[in-house]
Ligand binder design. Structure first.
Ligand code: BES
Ligand code: MN
Ligand code: ZN
Length: 485
């Protein structure tokens, strides 16, 4: 889908040349300057009680007299604040995406457009028209919509075009993250993730290195290797680099949990909903997606993506509860629950990150069911040892409509990780489970500014609309755009 700005015709919106027009209405009154050809049917709909000028309403009109576009969808967006704007776009697009229209024009009446609204248009339209087909070739055909133009005044165009370009990059990143998250465990193995990283490196000018099992063993990644040891799938430790700034500039390192399937291991999970553990590589997918967006935007910043990836399987070679392993940091870990595997693969990646002398390290992981209990499915959990870094990430989440919420890291929570047989246990009991998981990770991050995003509640949706969301690519990309200045 191609997104552009299009100058508003002098004659009014009725004259917009397109196959379909999506008209967003802000405010509680019909805008006084609305083209009469459109105002007339809307007044009639209001009088007939088929439309109300309050947020969340929509209406479809076909072949309106005096309107060039054959199809018109109207959606109300209240004060046109970010969430209402996105919701109205989604509602309006639902009415049009299955139509025969190839060229859609989008216009806002009653409020002003800005770059954030343009960015959101790309995000919503791309999200709405995504179709998963990798293992379902019979999925419905792609929407015919090929062109979307945002109708605006000439003077607004440069800022809106910049917003559309940012939206395009973020939407492409989200799309990549979503696609790989959706692919089942047997179609998205660690090797498949490494192949995706290779393809991305080639198409977008990134540097790639992949460490194999023997490399990781040699380095001393005892925690990562303990999780990987029962699987017949080869583990991969993916290192992707975007060099957008001079060599000397300290990079931001993103670390994504890449468990391509989490059975729980010997501490086996229950059968219901276990299929959703194919999404346990959502953190890894978001790192790939964010690097794609960063490369498309050609950000003047150095970014490193680290993805420890393996399956968590039971079996004769599996790690057992009570086993003690030595992490890359030298700290020993008593593995009390093999289902707390995310922190085991991440801790070695966090230690590996030290070699980049990073400006900041952010890890992203579908880490705990406890985080879903704490925050539900709207906000990701954010933990950070740095108030400044936490503030940056929270603000980026708001800008990208991909919000997070900070949770604490008080020293008191650390008690739960005590072990009689190792430097730490890998679990701390049910209470505060998202926090004790973050406290475990924090023990590996003394050498740099660090933040952790627990995306267990936000990386995918369950139920009828089961599927990856591509979160938190928007948050991360906004964070990096801001860092690039
Ligand atoms: N991948 C899961 C976390 C998860 C579970 C995310 C359910 C979303 C939905 C993780 O590896 C895990 O199993 N965590 C355990 C930790 C526990 C054993 C301390 C959990 O949350 O139950
Ligand atoms: Mn697990
Ligand atoms: Zn897991």
């Amino acid at each position: 889908m191609d997104f552009k700005t299009q100058p508003a015709p002098k004659e009014g919106l009725g004259a917009v040349a397109a196959d379909a027009l999506l008209l967003l209405l802000a405010g509680e009154q019909l805008p006084a300057d609305l083209d009469a050809a459109l105002a007339a049917p809307l007044k009639a709909a209001l009088a007939d009680g088929d439309l109300a000028l309050k947020p969340g309403q929509c209406l479809y009109l076909h072949r309106v007299a005096g309107v060039k576009a054959a199809r018109v969808a109207v959606a109300t967006c209240g004060d046109a604040a970010p969430a209402a704007w996105r919701k109205a776009l989604a509602e309006g697009l639902k009415l049009l995406k299955g139509s025969g229209a190839q060229h859609l024009a989008v216009a806002l009446s009653g409020a002003a457009l800005d770059a954030a609204k343009a960015e959101a248009l790309v995000a919503v339209a791309t999200e709405q028209t995504y179709v998963y087909r990798h293992t379902k070739p019979s999925a419905p055909p792609d929407s015919k919509l090929a062109r979307v133009s945002l109708v605006c005044a000439k003077a607004e165009a440069p800022a809106l075009d910049a917003g559309l370009a940012r939206g395009r990059a973020i939407a492409d990143g989200i799309g990549l993250a979503r696609e790989y998250a959706n692919r089942p465990g047997n179609h998205c193995t660690p090797s498949d993730l490494a192949a995706a990283a290779k393809a991305l490196a080639k198409s977008h000018g990134l540097k790639l290195e992949v460490l194999e099992r023997k490399d990781c063993e040699k380095l001393g990644m005892g925690a990562f290797m303990a999780v990987a040891q029962a699987s017949h799938e080869a583990p991969k430790f993916i290192v992707l680099r975007w060099n957008g700034a001079p060599k000397a500039a300290a990079p931001v390192v993103l670390v994504g949990k890449g468990i391509t399937f989490d059975t729980g291991g010997v501490s086996l999970k229950a059968a219901p909903e276990m299929d959703e553990m194919k999404f346990d590589m959502g953190g890894a997918a978001s790192v790939l997606g964010t690097l794609r967006a960063v490369a498309e935007l050609k950000l003047k910043l150095n970014v490193v993506g680290l993805i420890p990836s393996c399956e968590n399987m039971p079996g004769g070679a599996a790690v057992k509860p009570g086993d003690v392993v030595t992490s890359l940091s030298g700290q020993t870990i008593e593995i009390l629950n093999t289902d707390a595997e995310g922190r085991l693969i991440l801790c070695d990646a966090l230690t590996y990150a030290e070699r980049f002398k990073p400006a900041a390290v952010v890890d992203i992981a579908t880490l705990t069911g406890a985080c879903v209990i704490a925050l539900g499915h709207h906000r990701s959990g954010l933990f950070s040892s740095s108030d400044a870094l936490a503030a940056e990430l929270l603000a980026a989440g708001e800008r990208g409509c991909d919000p997070a919420w900070r949770l604490p890291l008080d020293a008191e929570y650390d008690e739960a990780l005590k072990s009689n047989f190792a430097d730490m246990g890998n679990v701390g009991g049910r209470a505060g489970g998202a926090i004790t998981a973050a406290k475990f990770l924090q023990r590996y991050t003394a050498k740099y500014d660090w933040a952790h995003l627990d995306i267990a509640g936000t990386a995918w949706k369950s139920g009828a609309a089961k599927g990856g969301t591509g979160r938190p690519v928007a948050l991360l990309t906004h964070f990096l755009i801001n860092r690039a200045g």
